[in-house]
Design a protein. Sequence first.
Length: 308
Amino acid sequence: MKLPTQCTAWLAAAAALLAVAGTAPAGADEVWQQVGGDARSGVSGAAYEAGTATGAEAGVLVVHDNKGPGQRRLSRITQGEGSATATPMTWDGPEPVDLEAIEAVPGAPGEYLALASRGIVYRLTVAAATATVVDYAPLPAIGEGDDFESFALVEQHGRLAALWADRGAGPERPATLYAAPLTFAPWGQPQFGAVTHRPYRSTYPVDDGTRHISDISVTASGRILAGSASDAGDDGPFDSAVSDAGRVTVAQNGRVRITLAPSPRVLGTFPGYKIEAVECRPGSADAFLGTDDENAGGYVRAMPLCES
């Protein structure tokens, strides 16, 4: 039976909305690609490597929240047509405990900042399969009980700024998003300027196990994308979303301003997954999404969420 033109158009629009929402019908989870099958291989943060803005394959560095000596801290994920492969990398230097985020330093190929949950920032150089610690420093203005899962860098007017967030915990504790100018000492140590901060509550999920910000990424125009996740324990169930959280601007004098949406717009929901990595791909609308599903391992996928 041939459907009327208006009905066909409506069905096409509905299908597009379902795709953007990220809530797929049963049997459609093949869009997620597994990159690890246990609690030590989940994805806690991600950063695109330089030179991967175009091409069939993209190299993505991902951190793992392992805590024991000698356990994997960093991997490189290579994505091809319908596949993703995680290759462990060597960590050369003081071992962090519970890495939760990593970000490429703008204008410095091969250099990254990685953040541990208690607020220690590691500056790294990556060459081949080795990440070398150059220096490290604590975040400024750490609040009581802060637990960090996110870190992003933004460059505007030739000035660099850092954003990071305490993840928050359920209805009683919103996330706190921090921002500050960022420079580097001649010996490589990160140095932060005056800190500004704002409370943030996710629109979805909203239950007792909600982490209001599980990761952040910033588009070229300054839009802030925030991942939020619900964690009921090592075996789940999990739930998560990515939302348009607001905007960040860096003035010519280096001053940083963040404006958060009073009701964040949900761009996609992902029942059954705990998203801890959201990273916009340079020069593209695609976002890399990674999960740390504890005993179920880690999964990755891409979605067009980063339009300016």
